[in-house]
Design a protein. Structure first.
Ligand code: KG4
Ligand code: ZN
Length: 344
């Protein structure tokens, strides 16, 4: 079962070919960083035009690398939302056009579900499992009960985790996207230098909050010399990353307790992370230890499958096809599409 995946919901144009035996035959990501960098963030109009310009060529290249033709495809999966609507429309229209011309099933994949199912592309992982999804637009803990079946344990009440990394990077004079930059700076910094808050740590439930932490960083930076000395910048990055890690560890621990309670029969429960922020090595290390303490296996896709990619879209398409699911060609792209609204 060979599926072509297309991802265009943010600022990466991506195309991939994956098969049912979990082989990633091609996985191409074209970042638009250079086009957005002068604006300090993603400009939706620029993103949509760049997707339009590059997607056809990227699909052709992915098909060539995978050595498959359209006749070999069991399905064409494209991100149907949530995301920047101009880009989502480009991906969905392209997928529908190929599907209609080649009479191949079309699959509209929920981008969050694709992040959630990536762990099953890299490992033999049965349902249910506990998911920590941390990306630029989302931050949630959920029990993944099956394809299309999610139960939310907690979410952020303000900013997403990646958004916090991106905003703090800006405060520190680091370029967009901030996550990898903050991680790099933190590697040379002292995490004990600045006392930053740990929002939500110790509270009941599994919700997150990051806006207070970001504000604390802003105030602390304002009290430092200008321009910000490199060591101060690195110490702040390390202190911030440590605060985020402690909050996530605390929230994940509570979620593991709840998951274990609700799934008493499971012998080997697993904590799975996904989304761009899950590429962060410090977070991965902290969560690995937290999972170990709770008797959970810890699963994190390789960083290139944590950040946005099309292999995860193709894989989510395979998971849906296996259940006999496909979408009609009148599917309407969705700017908002929470996981809980998915029904298998
Ligand atoms: O999943 P993703 O590629 O796109 C969304 O669906 O949002 O996540 C992008 C987010 C950005 O906010 C980026 O700064 C963050 O993930 N990110 C990281 C790291 N790599 C990417 N955050 C922390 N550490 C990283 N190494
Ligand atoms: Zn994403």
């Amino acid at each position: 079962m060979i599926v072509l995946g297309i991802e265009t919901s943010c600022d990466e144009t991506a195309a991939a070919v994956v098969d049912g035996a979990r082989a990633i035959r091609a996985n191409l990501v074209l970042s638009q960083l250079g086009e957005h960098a002068p604006h300090g963030g993603v400009v939706p109009e620029i993103a949509a035009r760049a997707h339009l310009e590059h997607l056809d060529g990227l699909i052709a290249q992915a098909m060539r690398e995978a050595k498959v033709g359209f006749a070999d495809l069991a399905g064409i999966a494209a991100t149907g939302g949530p995301g920047l609507i101009g880009g989502v429309i480009v991906g969905v229209m392209t997928a529908k056009a190929i599907a209609a011309a080649r009479k191949v099933p079309f699959l509209a994949v929920n981008h969050l579900e694709a992040h959630a199912l990536t762990a099953r592309l890299i490992a033999d992982l049965p349902f249910p499992y506990l998911l920590l999804l941390v990306s630029g637009g989302h931050c949630q803990l959920a029990s993944v009960e099956g394809v299309g079946k999610y139960r939310r344990y907690g979410t952020t009440v303000d900013d997403a985790a990646g958004e916090a990394f991106d905003k703090v990077a800006k405060l520190l004079g680091l370029p967009y996207p901030g996550g990898p930059e903050v991680e790099r700076a933190a590697a040379g910094g002292d995490a004990r230098r600045f006392a930053l808050p740990r929002p939500m740590k110790g509270r009941k439930g599994c919700d997150f909050s990051f806006s207070g932490l970001k504000t604390a960083v802003r105030h602390a930076v304002a009290a430092l010399p200008e321009p910000l000395p490199a060591q101060d910048r690195d110490d702040m990055a390390a202190s911030f990353q440590q605060a985020v890690a402690e909050v996530m560890e605390d929230r994940a621990r509570r979620a593991m307790e709840r998951f274990a309670d609700e799934h008493a029969g499971i012998a080997a429960p697993a904590l799975v992370v996904g989304g761009g922020v899950a590429a962060n090595r410090h977070l991965r290390a902290v969560l690995t230890r937290a999972a170990e303490r709770q008797g959970f296996a810890f699963l994190a896709p390789p960083p290139a499958l944590c950040t946005d990619n099309a292999a995860m879209i193709a894989w989510a398409g395979i998971e849906r096809l296996r259940l006999g699911l496909k979408d009609a060609l009148d599917f309407a792209p969705r700017p908002r599409w929470p996981l809980e609204e998915l029904g298998a």
